[in-house]
Design a binder for this molecule. Sequence first.
Ligand code: MBD
Ligand code: FE
Length: 286
Amino acid sequence: MSATQTSPSAADAGANASDAFRASVARRPTAETSQERTDRLVRRTLDAIYEVIRTEEVSYPEFQAVKRWLMDVGEVGEWPLFLDVFVEHEIEKVAARTQRGTTGTIEGPYYLPGQQRLPATATLPMRPDEQGDRLVFSGQVRALDGTVLAGAEVDFWQADADGYYSGFAPNVPAGNLRGVIVTDTDGRFAITTIKPAPYQIPTDGPTGAMIAAAGWHPWRPAHLHLMVRAEGHRQVTTQLYFDRGDWLDSDVASATKDDLVLAPQRQDDGGYAVTYDFELEPAATS
Ligand code: MBD
Ligand code: FE
């Protein structure tokens, strides 16, 4: 593995993830939070912190270490990484309470909009010598009532065989292993890609330092990211994992779910194939 040469620094990945997040804010609804709710949420968050300080008898040196660490996370731009790894899973579970159809999970920090649109049967943009086992991922997008959804978008992104995402690591070309696949008249798609590797949180940044200091591991199981959307339907953001893969039962981002684990089958050509269908619920009408 070429990880030592291509290893993205925490600052590279973090700065890019912070820029990507700032750009995404313009594309998404932002909360309009009343004074009452702000008061309640901030107060309860602070109370939870005070409770830890009192019961654990947190010292001045520990408090200063935390202050330094928080400043470092901001300086290298790791807030998107830290919050998506350690907080987003709970936000997503609350959102999932009202979502029917395909099971969702967290988006994480590495989505980039505006990628190449591809026909229903396509190969993801990749380097001529892209490493990793070939994987043909196919399926169908349907509404909850079974109606097939032609022209639905499967917006797809993943890490390469070394665990790096294009746009967030040097040496990976822009748009690599990203694309928006448009379903055919039967709502079907078939994407040729590679099986990604597990993802490791950058170990040279403050998030990695915290994980090491606590004696945790920095790994996510190998995964594919998807957003599936169709006119008149609620978009689902999810990830798909691989059976028997490392870290499936101890994802640092706590984002695995049983029905999101694929079992790809070896093909005669040495590659893998797997299918997964998506079901979208009607968009909220208001
Ligand atoms: C990832 O690739 C990811 O999917 C998440 C959720 C957090 C960090 C890196
Ligand atoms: Fe990821």
